[in-house]
Ligand binder design. Structure first.
Ligand SMILES: *Cc1c(COP(=O)(O)O)cnc(C)c1O
Length: 376
């Protein structure tokens, strides 16, 4: 058997016809930007998250950037970010004239915790540095400890921004990830839980002021026709992507259920392999969106090779922590400074995962992972 890591064409077989019809509608309508489909997907997703405002943007990265620009944080102040994430999380901080400060994670769920954030905050403030914001990621669709982090940030006057690019649809009790803090951004990149066939993103906020500024900034900072009060960007989303998203959203809840079903199947099939193989630990009140299913093992290289021989495709997210990337050398981080991140980066392996896998394929992966550890 050949098990793909991710096969986007399988989903397309299901809703492709509907999507093609809607895309043709857009093409024939003569309206390609800032039209009815954009309004409708903004309204739909704001209502899904139960948050007042949603603004369609050109990508998750630009969404995060627009939030930072809208907040107008003091130039040269620090923004706390995880090191174990996709580079977009920290890239936008630099682009906004701020300094990223990398924070360690918990090995049980891959996310920053209240403790690691607090430690970084104290380290910086003791040295007279100003911490103005924090971008918290719910990596792989597993919620970070957002309830406690939100309270801490409020107490310290740190503006909390959520990067929910991998976690749209995840929740803590009944509160969706993306509704904590002052604003959040998601991505519709093809591999994300709610995705289009290209780039797109959305910003969510309950703050009317932030909503207004993000809308202005994504249109080049224009406040009336061809009149500019701010340094903005071209950060719009296309009508075609919004039409695709409206179709895909109809299947989103069903897809989340399938993701949950397969995650539970992996957990059930693999949970007794500790301490050679670790699974993420999910508190009872958390509902992940399971954008990826990632395990940890000190035998990663051998396991990955073994699975490849058996036809099982796996990937490593993320092998090189951000604090050790060449591009961030000037920030002064050295090997050993974020020990959990560095350990986890050597151990993670993401297994084949998407809603249109079959139970037989999951069983096949579980079988060969177990065989690997049986061999000792
Ligand atoms: C995908 C991703 C982004 C960026 O989203 P794009 O739409 O690709 O710009 C940002 N942060 C995280 C954690 C992501 O996974």
């Amino acid at each position: 058997m050949e098990i793909p890591f991710l096969d986007l064409k399988r989903g397309y077989q299901k809703y492709g016809q509907e999507i093609e019809k809607e895309v043709i509608n857009v093409l024939r309508s003569g309206v390609y930007l800032n039209g009815p489909y954009t309004k409708e997907i903004e309204r739909t997703l704001a209502s899904f998250l139960d948050i007042p405002y949603a603004i369609g943007v050109s990508s998750g990265t630009e969404g995060l950037y627009l939030i930072l620009k809208a907040l107008d944080l003091p130039q040269g102040s620090y923004v706390l970010v995880p090191s174990f994430t996709f580079i977009a999380t920290s890239e936008v901080v630099v682009r906004a004239g701020l300094i990223p400060y990398f924070v360690d994670i918990e090995e049980s769920n891959f996310n920053v915790s209240l403790e690691t954030l607090k430690e970084a905050y104290l380290y910086l403030t003791k040295r007279g540095k100003k911490v103005s914001g924090a971008i918290v990621v719910s990596l792989f669709g597993i919620p970070a400890d957002l309830e406690r982090i939100e309270v801490f940030c409020q107490e310290k006057g740190i503006l909390l921004i959520e990067d929910i690019c991998q976690a749209f649809g995840a929740k803590i009790l009944d509160r969706y990830v993306g509704t904590f803090g002052v604003a959040s951004a998601t991505s519709f990149y093809p591999t994300k839980p709610l995705s289009t066939f290209g780039d797109g993103g959305m910003v969510f906020t309950a703050d009317e002021g932030i909503e207004k500024r993000v809308r202005i900034l994504k249109e080049h900072g224009q406040t009336k026709p061809y009149f500019y009060e701010y340094h903005g960007i071209n950060g719009r989303i296309d009508e075609i992507h919004c039409a695709i998203l409206l179709v895909k959203f109809k299947y989103f809840k069903e897809e989340l259920e399938l993701r949950k079903k397969y995650a539970l199947a992996y957990i059930k099939g693999l949970q007794d392999l500790e301490p050679e193989l670790f699974l993420p630990k999910i508190p009872k009140t958390y509902t992940p969106s399971w954008s990826l299913f990632t395990v940890r093992t000190p035998y990663r290289k051998d396991l990955q090779e073994f699975l490849k021989e058996k036809g099982v495709a796996t990937r490593i997210y993320y092998e090189h922590p951000l604090h050790l990337q060449p591009v961030y050398q000037d920030l002064g981080f050295k090997k050993g400074m974020l020990p959990v991140t560095e350990k986890v980066a050597q151990e993670v392996l993401s297994l084949p995962f998407f809603p249109y896998l079959t139970s037989e394929e999951i069983d096949y992966v579980v079988y060969w992972v177990r065989e690997f550890f049986k061999r000792g």
